[in-house]
Design a protein. Structure first.
Length: 176
């Protein structure tokens, strides 16, 4: 959760009027109208305002994606986490030297490109385990592991339990 306090001006007026309108629409007092995209617009604007002023706005993956050096390398990782990426490959995607890319990853994201790649792979794997019935072996291949055992060891290092146990524990916590 975060709090957004827009500065006085046109954005603030639009934001306040939109919230008042959305509350009126949802109260049941106004005549029924077709659904609008207003809630999504409000959330988008609130996030934009928050990110523009957040202390962490100079670091992190959002800034990395917008960074001219990191953006292409991160987009390549996100598009193909299964690929056997090297720092040389990622530097070529970004059009910079491997030392410059490595330094920029550490400066903006606080980690090396390969560490970011491994963390992204575990994030994708966790999402697949949570939202699909895909086998652990298939997920391992989807995130760049030839051997299910190697993937399971990496996942356990990242999440404290094997993929199968993590999935089971998550399913046990989910409301039926």
């Amino acid at each position: 959760m975060f709090v957004v306090r827009p500065a006085d001006g046109p954005a603030r007026s639009w934001f306040d009027a939109s919230i008042a309108y959305a509350l009126e629409e949802s109260s049941g007092k106004a005549p029924a109208r077709r659904a609008t995209k207003l809630p999504e617009l409000l959330i988008t604007e609130a996030l934009r305002m928050h990110l523009a002023t957040a202390p962490a706005a100079e670091r992190g993956w959002i800034v990395g994606l917008r960074d001219p050096l990191l953006g292409p390398a991160m987009a390549a990782i996100h598009a193909a986490p299964e690929r056997r990426w090297t720092v040389d490959d990622l530097a070529a995607e970004a059009g910079v030297s491997r030392s410059r890319l490595d330094a920029r990853f550490r400066e903006v994201l606080g980690r090396s490109p390969i560490r970011y790649l491994n963390e992204w792979r575990m994030h994708v794997a966790q999402d697949l385990l949570a939202t699909t019935d895909t086998t652990v072996a298939a997920i391992a291949r989807r995130v760049g592991y030839d051997a299910e055992e190697a993937f399971s060891r990496a996942f356990k290092r990242a999440h404290g339990r094997s993929p199968a146990l993590w999935r089971t524990a998550r399913a046990d916590r989910s409301p039926s």
